[in-house]
Design a protein around this ligand. Structure first.
Ligand code: MIC
Ligand code: SF4
Length: 754
């Protein structure tokens, strides 16, 4: 059950009836997003319109995609659901566990040895349950999905926040935690709060150095890392139609960085071309027949402010290339202002490494445009001043760009081709010298640039831009260089200028590949044995979490009051820890080690209230657990921003943290916490964050009458004997309260298996 044209036909066959039914209940012209959402309701058709940002709705997604680092936990959970096969077409992609060190072939060979046990587990569990398996080296999940599985008008969930990449091919594709994926694979509905809708009207046409990446870099600057929370972003207008399908993918991909539930473009000629170019003319033909339902209604796009909750306009003709960063993807600088910003802030102007590719930016078009810059370095006697790496998104892209000579050009410029995998984007980068923690700058065409993410060095200033800008900067080795206006001195001492990039959207000779890296599952997997060794330090079968004790939870110790940005990278770091993604107890040793303690401004140093001593967060929490004492974590705005990794929710659950109390949550993380039976609470008055003291013992009151839409009370018992009582909100609905009571959603599914 991987690629399934019959499934696509079924979606399209029902589309007309479902969209028309939605039209009746909504009673006004429809956006594309509404058409797809209403067409994927779990019980078929809606009887009333849903309230945006309020109604919880059950959906029936068409597909599930999982990457290796999250699939382990998703599938360990699925194994407990007692189902013989997955209920919807699903795939696993081995991309996150390959470390970049010496280049593609050596690194892949090392990964195959080091991760053998995990790959064997994933291959066998996929084989057993009817899941398509993409081997290490096949490519990064989102690129492989775009090339093979995404289709206009479909709905997909994936255990990775950048699942949203498939919006570039007109799909509502949403990142979720493994427990959500487990539900859908088990044949259960998937629940989401009906999103708000942000419309982005795109006018004009790209030219020169500006690319699709700059659209999202600009939008990220406007909306910030939390501006898209709870919303789907729909792009439309003649400018949108002029962007290549993979360019649309790039824009949707990085929509994860503004917290958007997903982003989407309507079906158009560019998508049809891409479907044909990637061997899916049959899908294009089917989509053509229902094309009116694969885009928003004309009235909506003619008068967007009447239909969207917020409208943004981007004029491609005026858009400048952007560079975002450091340390956060929403700090957006137009190229013309960047050099001054670098100087004023004192960021290291010398560029050490430029890295192109990743799931965000590794299309044929991206590579060809970047190569047109690299070729100029060769032709104009320029020697690249910075190191340069290329990460192809899939074996199909790699093989094709190699055939067409692009990799050769990068080689001549001094570039190193890394494996078709996440690599440096997720800290899988054995960067020489990173351990010295020197202040330095790198620039990537990736999507995230949180502190420590790429190389573990907190002093690496990481910037995000398009592949062509990254290539130009790598040649210059200088962040204050502006390729549009500045010249460079070549080996002969001449002043030379880089011409604008030129690219080709789709390969003229077509895509080619020798071994795409796909392994189909057994027809009948009932006899297949799943391989998990009992002594493994990388894989551990899950034990059920305990149910709620039925009373208020009192006497909780404050574990940490996290200050400022606390992303999933801070809560459950990736890089070296990725190897424990299938072993809950071992990976719990990274819990919150990146979060900054409000009271001493240090990472991984909190007060153990039992001893009064400062220690590492995981060790302190294990001490509370050993003493049978629960704890609470307090955080700031947009807590849990970034990844879909449910480890960030399961680790505190496993170690005995009872509640996370913050100013606001990122969507996926909040759901992950609920799914695992945790209490995810927000301050009714955000200023109450200031009332939390280091030695507080905390009670959560009102759980015996825990109900939707009714706040709970938190009592802060301070060390000096005084108390503060504060109101805290939550977004649990009735079903989610049942998850809490049962000790986690999986306990409910497990109980239903006879
Ligand atoms: C990321 O980009 O942060 C990751 C690594 O792809 C994560 C998934 C993970 O943590 O395994 C994501 O984006 O969800
Ligand atoms: Fe991999 Fe980076 Fe893409 Fe995440 S953002 S899927 S780590 S390439």
């Amino acid at each position: 059950m991987a690629f399934d044209i019959e499934m696509i036909k079924k979606v399209y066959d029902n589309l007309d009836a479902k969209v028309n039914a939605a039209r009746k209940v909504v009673n006004k012209p429809l956006t594309l997003t509404e058409k797809i959402l209403y067409a994927h309701l779990w019980d078929g058709q809606a009887s009333t319109a849903f309230e945006r940002g309020k109604s919880y709705v059950d959906f029936a997604p068409d597909r599930v995609a999982m990457q290796d680092a999250t699939a382990q936990m998703a599938l360990l959970q699925f194994m407990q659901a007692g189902r013989p096969q997955v209920a919807v077409p699903s795939t696993v992609h081995c991309d996150h566990l390959i470390q970049a060190k010496e280049g593609a072939s050596k690194d892949l060979a090392t990964a195959n040895t080091q991760n053998k046990e995990v790959y064997d587990f994933l291959a066998s569990v996929s084989n057993k349950y009817g899941i398509g398996f993409w081997k290490p080296g096949a490519g990064i999940i989102h690129q492989v999905v775009l090339e093979n599985y995404a289709f206009p008008g479909g709905m997909m969930i994936g255990t990775d926040s950048h699942t949203v990449n498939a919006g570039g091919l007109g799909m509502v594709a949403i990142g979720v935690g493994g427990a959500d994926a487990c539900d859908v694979m088990a044949g259960l509905p998937w629940e989401l709060k009906f999103p708000k809708l942000i419309g982005v009207k795109v006018t004009g046409k790209l030219s020169g150095w500006t690319s699709a990446k700059d659209v999202i870099l600009k939008v990220a600057g406007i909306l910030t890392v939390k501006g898209g929370t709870g919303a789907i972003v729909e792009y439309f207008g003649e400018g949108a139609n002029s962007l290549s399908c993979t360019g649309k993918g790039t824009i949707c991909n990085m929509g994860a960085e503004i917290g958007a539930t997903t982003s989407i473009f309507g079906y158009d000629v560019k998508m049809a071309d891409y479907l044909r170019g990637t061997g899916r003319a049959d899908v294009a033909e089917l989509a053509d027949k229902v094309a009116v339902h694969l885009t928003g209604d004309e009235e909506v796009y003619a008068n967007p402010s009447a239909y969207f909750d917020q409208v943004i306009e981007i004029n491609l003709s005026e858009l400048e290339p952007h560079i975002n960063g450091p340390f956060t993807p929403d700090l957006a600088w137009p190229l013309s202002k960047f050099a001054a910003a670098v100087k004023e802030a004192g960021w290291p102007a010398k560029l050490e490494v430029g890295l192109i590719g990743s799931c965000t930016n590794s299309s044929y078009e991206d590579i060809s445009r970047a190569a047109s810059i690299a070729q100029q370095a060769v032709d104009k006697n320029l020697v690249a001043k910075a190191e340069f790496t290329i990460t192809p998104g899939s074996e199909q892209v790699r093989y094709t760009v190699d055939r067409d000579g692009y990799l050769d050009i990068f080689g001549k410029m001094g570039g190193v081709v890394l494996a078709n995998a996440c690599g440096p984007c997720i800290g899988q980068w054995a960067r020489h010298g990173a351990e010295k923690q020197e202040k330095n700058s790198i620039i990537t065409s990736f999507n995230r640039n949180f502190a420590k993410r790429a190389d573990g060095n907190p002093n690496t200033h990481s910037f995000v831009a398009s592949p062509e800008i990254v290539t130009a900067f790598a040649i210059a080795g200088d962040l204050t260089f502006n390729p549009v206006t500045d010249t460079l001195t070549n080996e002969k001492g001449e002043q030379v200028r880089l011409d604008e990039p030129q690219g080709i959207e789709l390969p003229i000779k077509g895509f080619a590949v020798e071994d795409a890296g796909y392994q189909a599952p057994a027809e009948d997997g009932s006899k297949v044995q799943v391989l998990v060794s009992e002594t493994s330090d990388r894989l551990q079968l899950l034990a059920p979490f305990a149910a709620w004790e039925g009373t208020d939870v009192t006497g909780l110790k404050l574990l940490i009051k996290a200050k400022g940005k606390c992303t999933t990278d801070h809560i459950s770091m990736a890089g070296p820890w990725l190897k424990f993604r299938g072993h809950l107890d071992n990976i719990s040793n990274n819990m919150l080690i990146g979060a900054i303690n409000f009271f001493n401004e240090k990472a991984d140093s909190v007060k153990n209230q039992l001893t009064g001593e400062y220690g590492a967060v995981p060790a302190t929490q294990r001490a509370y657990k050993a003493a049978g004492i629960g704890s609470i974590v307090v955080g700031d705005e947009n807590y849990g921003e970034g990844s879909s990794r449910e480890h960030a929710a399961m680790e505190p659950r496993h170690l005995g943290v009872r509640a996370i109390l913050v100013k606001s949550f990122a969507r996926i993380h909040e759901t992950n916490l609920k799914k695992q039976g945790m209490l995810a609470l927000t301050f009714a008055n955000p200023a109450d964050y200031d009332k939390i003291q280091e030695d507080d013992t905390i009670d959560i009151i009102g759980l015996t009458s825990f109900a939707a839409n009714s706040p709970l009370t938190v009592v802060l018992n301070h060390k000096d004997g005084s108390k503060d009582e504060i109101k805290v909100n939550h977004t649990y609905n009735d079903q989610q309260i049942e998850w809490f009571k049962a000790g986690g959603a999986l306990n409910i599914i497990r109980a239903s298996v006879k």
